[in-house]
Design a protein around this ligand. Structure first.
Ligand code: NAD
Length: 481
């Protein structure tokens, strides 16, 4: 065993088996309850090995139109005539089937996206099921959720999602839409289409009426064709701020409703009175969870000056124990970077950080030879103006700054174009209150990080987006009240 080899480490390999999964070699589009052929196909690749897993279809304008028509037909027909309680039954059934097939979904998610099996098994899939359970409960109680209102569905919803939490984002989108009586056309990201296609198979098994959910794969052009389609009533988008802005321009002047869940550059703030060891774990979880491919990642660390040396020393020691490698190994902490393009983006920003004068630190160790990998990385001596402090890297890279007073921390933390999330670590309740109310962010965690729950609304300010998903706020985004 080589102690400097991330791929061996101190543990014996504990690979999750992939014998139990069933994947087709080639997938069509799921439209109107049927599998429909498209004119062209593309490969989906395992980012940890570079090998092709399956071939998926690329939906053009014609197929997008077909999918929207199918969703409209279902909305005007059977789906509108059934009661909320019946809709709830379908959602409960989907949630239970997801739980039954959790292992298969977790393995496919890790193969297609590169995330550690520990995360897809313990976080992505259980949370996806939880979203269906939660919204199943609301389906027949919408008038109690919004007393004095007459909640009505919007109609056909076009949903476009990113590659960092493929199944979970599909659940965030589909569950509230169906609970409220809408029908859906969903487009997963081009690098991670497989769990959405498996979900389509599960919906068939749940006997969801044809056309209520349509799943069409493809790249940004497919997404754009969906967003532009004149017969959708709402666009629900999660992805980059750049695409979010373009979608906002597209829907301007129409009466389409929209919610945009976009990028982030969260500040994780550690005060000198914080429980340091717990805070170090929170910093690790904040930035290295899902390789840092997390919109709410704690990618900027602010440490009070008096404890900065101690925190950074402990952080480096802890990073030295992280295992980078095979996503299907149960010991793995950091899996593969989702795509070659994303790896190139991370490298370019890290190079910019070095060029602009920040000081880089990475643990020793060799990365696997094949696939897309990046070492957990720290930057110290960062300035507010550095690109690594201002721009979303979406990788395992942490920019560290110090502060002396709470006011300084607030000013620095709020000084980005984003406003999605943040973290505060302190022993003092009053300080938590002051910080959480002063940070311009949709979600602020106190003495913890990256905690998610379907009952809790999630979303951002400024360039992090518009609207909330989860909880009653998320539900209202799929209703005419
Ligand atoms: P992306 O914007 O490149 O792509 C997201 C989705 O949009 C993909 O399905 C893509 O095919 C599609 N798309 C691309 N161009 C389009 C267009 N012109 N019109 C319509 N659809 C189009 O983002 P990404 O790189 O896949 O995801 C990473 C980004 O997502 C990060 O910025 C991250 O912060 C953000 N994100 C935000 C949240 C949140 O809840 N706020 C959650 C997860 C990810």
């Amino acid at each position: 065993m080589n102690p400097h080899d991330f791929t061996s480490g101190d543990y014996a390999p504990a690979p999750e088996s992939s014998d139990h999964i069933s994947l087709k070699k080639s997938y069509d589009l799921f439209i109107g309850g049927k599998w429909v052929k498209a004119a062209s196909k593309f490969d989906t690749i395992n980012p940890a090995t570079g090998k092709v897993i399956a071939e998926v279809s690329s939906a053009g304008k014609k197929e997008v139109n077909q999918a929207v028509k199918a969703a409209r037909k279902a909305y005007d027909g059977e789906w509108s005539s059934i009661s909320g309680a019946e809709r709830g039954k379908y959602l409960f059934r989907i949630a239970r089937l997801l739980q039954e097939r959790a292992r298969e979904f977790a393995v496919i998610e890790s193969m297609d996206g590169g995330k550690p099996i520990r995360e897809s098994r313990d976080i992505d899939v259980p949370l996806a099921a939880a979203h269906f359970f939660y919204h199943a409960g609301w389906a027949d109680k919408l008038e109690y959720a919004f007393p004095g209102k007459k909640p009505k569905p919007l109609g056909v919803v076009g949903q476009v999602i990113p590659w960092n939490f493929p199944l979970l984002m599909a659940a965030w989108k589909i569950a509230p839409a169906l609970a409220c009586g809408n029908t859906v056309v969903l487009k997963p990201a081009e690098t991670t289409p497989l769990t959405a296609l498996k979900l389509a198979e599960l919906l068939e098994d749940a006997e969801l009426p044809a056309g209520v959910v349509n799943i069409i794969t493809g790249d940004g052009e497919t997404g754009q064709a969906l967003v532009e389609h004149s017969d959708i009533d709402k666009v629900a988008f999660t992805g980059s701020t750049a695409v979010g802005k373009s979608i906002r321009r597209t829907v301007a002047g129409t009466d389409k409703r929209y919610t945009l869940e976009l990028g982030g550059k969260a500040a994780n703030i550690i005060f000198e009175d914080a429980p340091i060891n717990e805070a170090v774990e929170g910093i690790i979880n904040g930035i290295f969870f899902n390789q840092g491919h997390v919109c709410c990642a704690g990618s900027r660390l602010f440490v009070q000056e008096s404890i900065a040396d101690k925190v950074i020393r402990k952080l480096k020691k802890r990073i030295g124990t992280l295992k980078v490698g095979d996503p299907l190994d149960k010991n793995t902490d950091i899996g593969a970077i989702n795509s070659a393009e994303q790896l190139a983006r991370i490298k370019a920003l890290v190079n910019a950080g070095e060029k602009e004068g920040a000081c880089i630190w990475q643990p020793e160790g060799r990365l696997p030879r094949k696939g897309n990998w990046f070492k957990p990385t720290l930057f110290t001596d960062c300035a507010q103006s550095h690109r690594i402090v201002q721009e979303e890297i979406f990788g395992p890279v942490l920019a560290i700054q110090t502060f002396r007073t709470p006011q300084e921390a607030i000013e620095k933390a709020n000084n980005t174009p984003y406003g999605l999330s943040g973290g505060v670590w302190t022993d003092k309740g009053s300080k938590i209150f002051k910080m959480t109310t002063s940070l311009n962010a949709g979600v602020v965690w106190a003495n913890t990080y990256n905690k998610f729950d379907p009952t809790s609304p999630f979303g951002g300010y400024k360039e992090s987006g518009i609207g909330r998903e989860g909880g009653l706020h998320g539900l209202s985004a799929y209703l005419n009240l």
